[in-house]
Ligand binder design. Sequence first.
Ligand SMILES: [Zn+2]
Length: 284
Amino acid sequence: MPSATAKLIVVVLDGLRYDAARKYMGYMEHLAEQGEAICVRVRSELPSLSRPLYEVLLTGTPAAKNGITANHVARLSRERSVFRLAADAGMRTAAAAYHWVSELYNAAPFNPLSDRHQHDEEKPIQHGIFYFEDHYPDSHLFADAEHLRRAHDPHFLYVHSMNIDDAGHKSGGESAQYERAVRAADGMLASLVPEWLALGYRILVTSDHGMSASGQHGGTAAEERSVPLYLLGDARLLLQEAGVEADAMPQLRMAPLMCRCLGIAPPAAMTGSAVVAFPASVSS
Ligand SMILES: [Zn+2]
């Protein structure tokens, strides 16, 4: 049985670049200033595109191995995801996320009429609420996630918003609209994170990729690749014990970090797990 403390919430704010997080996310930076959170810079894998990086975040494998090389590769993942590993370990899993996450781990292609709400304990994502418009309000997305948490008490809850990315594509990564979307997401975290922390969750807040001033990503520029990772609650201990420095952490380490937060040994296929020798467990 999973330990009672092994509960993890991962928040992925799609398209959030590192410098914007550090400048505009006043609540998250307050937690960092108070020692309640640690923020490190993560260097995204390539290509710095959404669907390939969802697969990187959740399987710890590079695109050259997992085959999710472009946004149009709309098929189920062939790798063992953190969802699958957690479910196999007897944990409950849930996600409030963009429909591509459902296509990678539950069912492809996505059918909006049948796949928006999913409840199937045989699937890697046992409880899912998936949206399929990039302008689906982040406020609703966070409400979906909190509903899943309260209704199903998942050990692993994945929360994935899209409005920051959407604003970046429409107006650019240095626009007032982009800045507003980042600040709004920070405000939503401010209303949920205190309760999550009080309940003992480990929390990771990160992004898949950044955003150029011209509203693009996919390439190698720092503004497209540099994203933040905030570690909250006991998740902080894992980073400190792993000895990760405050400069760029390879994104392939995210999936093994999620596994460690859940008390699961990362499988050998997770490339990042070989990079750093994590402590055997912090929950024991
Ligand atoms: Zn995008």
